[in-house]
Design a protein around this ligand. Structure first.
Ligand code: PLP
Length: 389
């Protein structure tokens, strides 16, 4: 069976050139980048090359890039590191949007539980956008940090980061942006965004899993994420994940080179899929703004269809998608993103995310549009059928 992968926001396949570079590095560059001898310096040069490539992807200086174990660690580092650094200055209030990834939301919750900070979560409008006025109203004299994501992982909408960062700075607060879902998909320039901290993750742009980076604006005081050796300029102790970092560097280089061409093509495919589904399947609704949005994502609610059942039915047809809602303890948890947008339950529990990628084709799109009406009708008929005892 030809399998169709429409779940690139969960993770992307590793680009063959990334896999090749990692394989070569794994075999030939085994030194510890902290060692002074030839082997160590060879490994250090590989890390430096990757750091430059990652910095170029986001318009940064290489010295500002700290390698981490991925988006989750970068988000944790940004929030915990900045919160702790600001604590001494009496700033203990944190602000984030209610549609952040759990890596941000659960970190804020954990800090609040310790009693060290308080948090304000900003709701979004029904298109999924944070209002600059809402941020202005939430800021306080003791706000340490504002964290708002660049592109949302479920609906793909892009936030007005530069405007929000300006407002946060006017109140003396730092600004962190989770750019895990935008890096490699749209151009990023940390200076133009005017932010202080920015998280990215390699496996979202055809790099390996378990490696990411946090960009820390030069001069910003941060408490280190881990203590020990002097790696990453004393900001993250521990011997570097050399192979992963090499892979991330190559993935960043490829993403920068192909972004414009790829996103134009994927945008066309996504629109074809989206309009195809909305036309072919009755009682479907698009969730989130059409623009500004990353090119690969569409999120659609199917009225009177349980999202998990549709996901499984599609998987049996060889089509991989995802749902925002999650089944926990036998009940269907609605998507926190769609809930924050104020959508009714029948849309928050019935949504499917389709996220396309560089290998997606017109044939994949057309096959998905062709099979969906039948699957949806079957599931709707089943839910209407009387219960047999
Ligand atoms: N932030 C966002 C917006 C994400 O979509 C994800 C992963 O899905 C993460 C953070 C976490 O990244 P990682 O899987 O590299 O830990």
């Amino acid at each position: 069976m030809h399998r169709i992968y429409f779940d690139h926001n969960a993770t992307t396949p590793v680009h063959p050139a990334v896999a090749d570079a990692m394989s070569v590095s794994l075999k030939a560059e085994f030194g510890n980048p902290s060692s002074v001898h030839h082997f160590g310096q060879q490994a250090k040069a590989a890390v430096d090359r990757a750091r430059s490539a990652v910095a170029e992807l986001i318009g940064a200086d290489p010295s500002e890039v700290v390698f981490t174990s991925g988006g989750t660690e970068s988000d944790n580092f940004a929030i915990r590191g900045a919160a702790e650094a600001c604590h001494r200055a009496g700033r203990r209030h944190l602000v984030a949007s209610a549609i952040e990834h759990e890596a941000v939301l659960h970190t804020l919750k954990a800090l609040a539980k310790l009693g060290s900070t308080t948090t304000t979560l900003l709701t979004v409008d029904e298109t999924g956008i944070v209002s600059p006025d809402d941020l202005r109203a939430a800021l306080r004299d003791d706000t340490a940090l504002v964290s708002v994501m660049h592109a949302n992982n479920e609906i793909g909408t892009i936030q007005p980061i530069a405007d929000l960062a300006t407002i946060a700075h006017e109140a003396g607060a730092l600004f962190h942006v989770d750019a895990v879902q935008s890096a490699g998909k749209i151009p990023i320039d940390v200076k133009a965004l005017g932010v202080d901290l920015l998280s990215i993750s390699a496996h979202k742009f055809y790099g390996p899993k378990g490696v990411g980076a946090l960009w820390i604006k030069r001069g910003l005081r941060m408490l280190p994420t881990s203590t020990g050796g002097k790696q990453e300029r004393n900001r993250r102790a521990g011997t570097e994940n050399l192979t992963g970092i090499v892979g991330m560097g190559v993935a960043a280089e490829i993403a920068r080179g192909r972004m414009a061409v790829d996103s134009g093509r994927i945008d066309g495919l996504r629109d074809r899929l989206e309009s195809g589904i909305l036309q072919a399947v009755p009682r479907t609704t698009l969730n989130g703004a059409r623009t500004p949005r990353v090119s690969n994502t569409t999120n659609i609610s199917f009225d009177r269809v349980e999202a998990e059942s549709l996901l499984i039915a599609l998987d049996l047809e060889g089509i991989a998608v995802s749902t925002g809602s999650a089944c926990s303890s036998g009940t269907l948890e609605p998507s926190h993103v769609l809930k924050a947008m104020g959508l009714p339950t029948h849309r928050t529990q019935n949504s499917i995310r389709f996220s396309l990628g560089s290998a997606s084709t017109e044939a994949d799109v057309d096959r998905t549009v062709a099979v969906l009406p039948g699957l949806v009708e079957k599931l709707r008929n089943l839910s209407r059928a009387p219960v047999r005892v």
